[in-house]
Every structure is written in structure tokens, then in C-alpha cells.
Design a protein around this ligand. Structure first.
Ligand SMILES: [Zn+2]
Ligand SMILES: [Zn+2]
Length: 358
């Protein structure tokens, strides 16, 4: 019988439960989970801070495992059949419809109203749909990718890499740009790596705690500043010192703190670009001066919501072909029974990245 770690309802501890093995529909599969992850979103899911989440919920949106049972046919993007025993990962977003106004006219698949996300908007009542589980039910239409990278190395990118890749592309970084990353959690660290691939000459990072800033350095940031020991004025002064008094060409906000959005605008040069990717959950409002912080600066401020198959697919290929930045990232593994401990460690920033090994 499959075992799951479930959030019964918001603000309740995670419980391990035994659940029935699902009947497989045609062209679906059962995945034996090798490794899943704990990210900031999971912390917020436990705190009930995301709207539209069906509890009880088994978290874990990005996972790696082996196909234990396939019913019917499961094909990869090249049209090759998957076999039982293959190691795969899969896009957590399911049912982007490719038929609605947002998909077809706006070409904004991440805003498709029909999309569902494993481990976030699919609850336990929808089946075995989260990675904090010995097994995941891969519903028909789930997009799977054959994984040749080491599972741990792939999970070092995990859900953060496709998100970071999307944010960096939204930032339209030019070759030679100076990029400022606000936040040194997994999305921030991954953004540092991908910004360099995209052509950034120098990447700066403001975050905390110190061990995460060490990870930012290891990922290629040339200078970092600790948010815990520097207030907003000191941060601005530091950014200006690093950028000939102008500010960053592109700033990527990946913090989860609303006031960081205003700071991102102030730390960016006139006519620069700001990408907001760290406000995936609602942490409230913030104030800015529309004249000074936005209009007069001639800024381009862009939101960035979720990711699509293209980001996920390229994330997997990047880690397969250039694993170095991820292979050196420090991660800690937890069993299903240790899920509460894992959530607390992620919440407190005691780990760079937490993995769940069911
Ligand atoms: Zn759609
Ligand atoms: Zn995540």
C-alpha cells in the first residue's frame, strides 16, 4: 500500500497515512518516487497561504522516480515509448488546455484557467498527486521527461530552476549586463546560474542567511550582501557602488517579501528591467512612489507566474549537459516521517535545499 505524507488542513502538522493503490486509467502510469523536494511554496501550503488549494494535500510538485506500472502507452516528446523501469521526471502542471483565450490568444499558458498542479492544486481526493509519497499516479496527459541526469543533481534545480529560467528570460538580459538577484533561496540561487548562461557579466545577490550567500557565491555571484545586517539605505548604497552609481541593468526579485518589490525598483538603473517572481503567495501589500520609483525611472516591471513545459524541459536538459553548478549544491534528505522537520528547516533557512526520500 502506498504511503503518503499529507497536510490534513492548513496549520496542522503533516501526517503519514496509508492509502489504496489507484486503478490506472488508459495511458496513465504509477511512478515509484525516488526523490521529491520541499520548497518555500510547501511551507506556505502548510500555513494555508495559497488560494484554491484542496486539502488534504500531499505536497511535492517536482519529483523523480521510476515507472512502476504503465497502462496503455506513454510517449516522450520525441515519440519514443516509455517502458516500466525507466527513470523519469514530469511537469507538475497538468491540463494546460491549449484551447482557451489565454492559451491561444495571449499565449500565456501559465495563466490558463484549466491548469492543475500536482502537489499544489491537486489534493489527495484527486488521487496520488504529490511527491511526498512512495508513489505518484501520473494521470493521462502528464508530460514526462526521461531523466539521464543524477536524480539528486536534477533535484538541486528542482522546481526552482524552471521558475528561475522563466524569470531570467522575462528579464531580457543582454550580454554584458549586471544583474541583481534579490533573495538567496533556491529560485535566487538558480537565477544566479541561469543569468550567467543568458549573458550576464556580473551577478550581485542580496539575501540571507550567510550559508545561503555562500551558495550564491558558489553559483557565481561576484558580490553578496547580507540583508540581516544592512537596511534598505545601506543596500541601495552598496548596489550603486557596484554599478558606477546607476543601479543594476536587470533585477530579479525572488524573496517572498512585498517590500522587496519596491527595493527591486529602486536598486535598478533608469530604463532597466525588474522581474517579480518571489510573490507566488500573498504576503500583503507594499507602497511605492509612482513618480519616483516607476514613471521617472522609465522602468520595465514584469510579473512572472509559474513555468511551462518549455522551461521544465530545458531545465532537465541543462542539468544533464552542464551539471556542475547543481552537483555542488548542498542538500539534506528527509524521510516521509520527517516532513515536519523538513518544513521547519526550510522555513527557517537552515538548509539550502531539502529533499524528501519516501
Ligand atoms: Zn488554456
Ligand atoms: Zn516549488
Amino acid at each position: 500500500m502506498p504511503l503518503v505524507a499529507v497536510i490534513p488542513e492548513p496549520n496542522r502538522p503533516v501526517e503519514v497515512r496509508e492509502v489504496a493503490e489507484p486503478d490506472l486509467e488508459r495511458n496513465s502510469a504509477l511512478l515509484e518516487v525516488e526523490v521529491s523536494e520541499v520548497c518555500g511554496t510547501d511551507v506556505y501550503l502548510q500555513q494555508g497561504r495559497l488560494a484554491g488549494v484542496p486539502y488534504p494535500l500531499v505536497p511535492g510538485h517536482v519529483s523523480v522516480g521510476r515507472l512502476q506500472k504503465i497502462r496503455g502507452e506513454l510517449l516522450d516528446l520525441d515519440g519514443k515509448l516509455f517502458n516500466e523501469g525507466d527513470r523519469i521526471t514530469f511537469l507538475d502542471v497538468h491540463r494546460t488546455c491549449n484551447a482557451c483565450w489565454y492559451c491561444l490568444v495571449a499565449k500565456a499558458g501559465t495563466r490558463c484557467p484549466h491548469r492543475k498542479v500536482y502537489g499544489i492544486t491537486y489534493g489527495l481526493d484527486d488521487g496520488l498527486c504529490g511527491g511526498w509519497s512512495t508513489h505518484i499516479y501520473l494521470k493521462p496527459g502528464t508530460r514526462c521527461i526521461r531523466l539521464d541526469a543524477e536524480p539528486e543533481t536534477f533535484m538541486a534545480g528542482g522546481c526552482a530552476l524552471p521558475t528561475a529560467l522563466h524569470a531570467v528570460e522575462r528579464g531580457d538580459i543582454n550580454i554584458g549586463n549586471t544583474v541583481l538577484v534579490l533573495g538567496s533561496g533556491p529560485v535566487g540561487i538558480n537565477a544566479i546560474v541561469v543569468a550567467q548562461m543568458r549573458g550576464a557579466l556580473r551577478v550581485l545577490c542580496i539575501g540571507a542567511p550567510e550559508r545561503r550567500l555562500d551558495a550564491a557565491h558558489a553559483a557565481g555571484a561576484i558580490a553578496t550582501l547580507n540583508i540581516e545586517t544592512h537596511d534598505e539605505a545601506q543596500r541601495l548604497k552598496w548596489v550603486l557602488e557596484q554599478t558606477s552609481g546607476r543601479g543594476a541593468d536587470v533585477t530579479i526579485e525572488a524573496t517572498g517579501a512585498p517590500e522587496a518589490v519596491t527595493q527591486a525598483m529602486r536598486f535598478t538603473r533608469d530604463a532597466g528591467t525588474v522581474v517579480i517572481v518571489g510573490q507566488y503567495t500573498d504576503h500583503g501589500s507594499t507602497e511605492f512612489n509612482p513618480h519616483l520609483d516607476l514613471n521617472k525611472k522609465h522602468l520595465d516591471v514584469r510579473g512572472c507566474w509559474g513555468s511551462e513545459f518549455s522551461h521544465f524541459y530545458r531545465a532537465a536538459r541543462i542539468i544533464e549537459h552542464r551539471p556542475e553548478p547543481w552537483a555542488q549544491m548542498k542538500m539534506i534528505s528527509y524521510g516521509l516521517e520527517q516532513a515536519n522537520e523538513a518544513l521547519a528547516d526550510v522555513s527557517e533557512g537552515r538548509v539550502i535545499k531539502a529533499l524528501i526520500r519516501p
